[in-house]
Design a protein. Structure first.
Length: 207
């Protein structure tokens, strides 16, 4: 009686840990969080730097202002109309008046908050506040209190900087967080694949 012939079963090698698709998943997750964070950062940066209205000291400048609360910043490092400013970080005593087309003058007072910035080649800090009830064109007249001071200085007017600051902070932390999570996932996949390959080699599979 002929004995049955059995063919050996071929066993497939186990997979070396997480598949390479996890690298793609990691990249997609990174971009999903990093790109919005980058946009928030750029919007906040633009609001703090380019979003400010700059006026020279001394000088008389016509500006368009929206209704609301405005902050006056002494920008000791900055630029206006091609003129670079790099003045003392200590603001000199200044006189600032803000007058509307109807002759109504806004009450300018010392800054009630504290805000400073040093970014994109500009640096400054808050020194005053005023409120505009009606949006329109206003004349900003500035001068230095000390008549012997012949220096030229730069002021910047900003509105709703809290929104820009929040966007800047969210953007920074979002980019850092997305980069951290992306690196962690990438390292975990590499380590797990490396360990799986070592187990395969130990079991006699070709690496």
């Amino acid at each position: 009686m002929q004995q049955p012939t059995y063919q050996p079963q071929s066993l497939a090698a186990p997979r070396p840990g997480p598949g390479r698709k996890w690298y793609v998943i990691d990249l997609v997750l990174f971009l999903l969080f990093f790109v919005p964070s980058l946009l928030a950062f750029l919007n906040g940066l633009d609001g703090i730097t380019n979003g400010l209205i700059r006026v020279p000291v001394p000088g008389e400048t016509s500006v368009d202002l929206e209704a609301g609360d405005w902050t006056i910043f002494y920008e000791h490092v900055g630029e206006l109309d091609g003129e670079l400013y790099n003045t003392s970080s200590e603001a000199p005593l200044m006189n600032v008046s803000v007058t509307g087309e109807n002759g109504q003058e806004a009450a300018v007072g010392a800054s009630t908050g504290s805000f400073d910035y040093n970014i994109s080649g500009r640096a400054g800090y808050s020194i005053g506040d005023f409120e505009i009830e009606d949006g329109g064109t206003y004349t900003v007249v500035t001068s230095v209190s000390d008549p012997a001071d012949e220096g030229r200085y730069l002021l910047a007017l900003g509105k709703d900087l809290g929104t820009s600051t929040a966007a800047l902070v969210v953007g920074i932390f979002g980019m850092i967080g997305s980069a951290f999570v992306g690196i962690v996932i990438w390292l975990v996949v590499i380590i797990m694949r490396s360990r799986a390959k070592k187990r395969m080699q130990a079991a006699g599979y070709a690496g």
